[in-house]
Design a binder for this molecule. Structure first.
Ligand code: GLN
Length: 491
């Protein structure tokens, strides 16, 4: 059965369509793989095998009747930030307790409408705040990858650590994820998978637990560039329930994979060459540049002068929006409630018991930067910086068609290594937060292994709504990189 879990989404859809195996078979293979792996990896916080098998049988009936839809019978995993009707959805926070949503997020509804099968809900940092999956109320996810000759458990990255680990360990064909400051791309880079955060507004945010509403975007984590394109097309689309979702056509993203990239102009932002960047990351970046050159692209150095302000601006804007969004968790309507002598005490007790340390830190920072007297000095200033960062990109895109950067400043690090130092944790997001601030699409693809055998990712950044060019470039780089490595199975 393991051969079935090793398939790509594309390969599985072809095998299902040509009746080489049934959806029930491939779904059962994944359920068995999850049962064997999850005690070690902790990628799923809830499995829904009965629901999955019911969906698989319905898919098989449709295939038999010649009525297969685009994702018919494909078992996938869902980040536990997406509300799923009748299935516990927690954002991996204690404050949501056993919240069972009476509604379905639009992105997941889109996937079910196309025939996908849900295996379960995937672990993440609490409310998607983090870069290592260690702030989850369900405990960290363990990266399926290990450094050569070492047994140290590594982070799969965050916040979509469960999604990335599950895809890398073949515990689903692909997964949904979300990205507010890098949460799709950094975990993809740490696990040798492909992830794309589309343009802000491509996917509806309806039914996704809100972190920072002006930055949050859903996207896929997948085994290949083509799989990511297939899943993104199904996830995306206009939704009247989200006023920021764009009312525009969703292209067939997969048709861009394999297209020639000859003549495209690729920008290499000089400000992203950090002094502290490990030599291996710099070398990988150069390798990526060489691959694109060989594919016929023209490489140009570009300047994004406000880059150094991106991280501070992000860590003001995101907590500000979070402090506002999380005000709704007061012990009255959802999940956990800790009684106190007065109403205010009940609020305080519930929030103190329900939110973990990192989420509390964000609420405190966010409340501070929005308070009278500090609003202008911090929040308003950060919004101005955000505008400058977007303008930098706009100027660069008059000269180039896409940008190439590393995804993260390091490979996967050890669990526990950075929990005591929030700033060290935040520094992980240095290459990813800029695209969220500017609303641009960013894709991470695996480009090679470091000297200890851990995967490293490169990031492509595109013009608004130009995911197509990113898929063409990523396809060309995937071919050149020939990255086929999987983690050695130890679980
Ligand atoms: N690591 C970033 C943060 O902690 C980004 C998280 C995300 O994209 N959801 O805010």
């Amino acid at each position: 059965m393991s051969a079935l879990t090793a398939l790509t989404l594309k390969g599985a859809l072809e095998g299902l369509a040509s009746k080489q195996f049934s959806s029930e078979e491939i779904t059962r293979a994944h359920i068995a793989a999850i049962e064997a792996a999850n005690p070690q990896l902790n990628a799923y916080v809830l499995t829904t095998p009965e629901k999955a098998l019911e969906g698989a049988r319905a898919a098989d009936a449709r295939i038999a009747a010649g009525e297969a839809r685009p994702l018919e019978g494909a078992p996938i995993g869902i980040k536990d930030l997406f509300c799923t009707e009748g299935v516990r959805s927690t954002a991996c926070s204690k404050i949501l307790g056993n919240f069972i949503p009476p509604y379905e997020s639009t992105v997941t509804a889109n996937l079910w409408r196309e025939g996908a099968v849900m295996l379960g809900k995937l672990n993440l940092d609490e409310f998607a705040m983090g870069s290592s999956n260690e702030s989850s109320a369900f405990g960290p996810v363990v990266n399926p990858w290990k450094s050569r000759g070492s047994n140290q458990p590594l982070t799969p990255g965050g916040s979509s650590g469960g999604s990335a680990a599950a895809v890398a360990a073949d515990l689903c064909l692909a997964a949904t994820a979300t990205d507010t400051g890098g949460s799709i791309r950094q975990p993809a880079a740490f696990t040798g998978t492909v992830g794309i955060k589309p343009t802000y507004g491509r996917c509806s945010r309806y039914g996704i637990v809100a972190f920072a509403s002006s930055l949050d975007q859903a996207g896929p984590i997948a085994k290949t560039v083509e799989d990511a394109a297939i899943l993104l097309r199904a996830m995306a689309g206009h939704d009247q329930k989200d006023s920021t979702s764009l009312n525009i056509e969703v292209p067939d993203f997969a048709s861009f994979v394999g297209k020639s990239v000859k003549g495209l102009r690729i920008g290499v932002p000089k400000e992203y060459r950090l002094d502290s960047m490990p030599a291996e990351i710099a070398a990988l970046w150069d390798q990526g540049i060489a691959w694109l050159k060989a594919a016929g692209c023209e490489i140009r150095e570009v300047s994004l002068p406000h880059t150094k302000y991106a991280l501070p601006a992000y860590y003001i804007i995101a907590p500000a929006e979070a402090s506002s969004n999380l005000a709704r968790y007061d012990g009255m309507r959802f999940g956990l409630r800790q009684e106190g002598g007065t109403l205010t005490e009940t609020y305080e007790n519930s929030r103190a018991a329900g939110f973990g340390a990192e989420v509390q830190r964000r609420i405190l920072i966010g409340t501070y930067v929005l308070s009278a007297g500090y609003y202008d000095a911090y929040y308003l200033k950060a919004l101005k910086v955000r505008r400058r960062i977007a303008d930098d990109f706009e100027a660069a895109f008059t000269e180039v068609d896409a940008l190439l950067t590393p995804t993260a400043p390091s490979a996967a690090f050890g669990l526990g290594e950075r929990v005591a130092d929030p700033i060290a944790m935040y520094l992980n997001d240095v290459f990813t937060v800029t695209t969220n601030l500017a609303g641009l699409p960013g894709l991470s693809l695996p480009a090679g292994l470091d000297s200890t055998g851990l995967p490293l990712g490169l990031q492509l950044i595109g013009r608004p709504l130009d995911e197509g060019t990113l898929f063409s470039l990523a396809g060309a780089m995937e071919d050149a990189a020939g990255f086929r490595s999987k983690p050695e199975k130890w679980w």
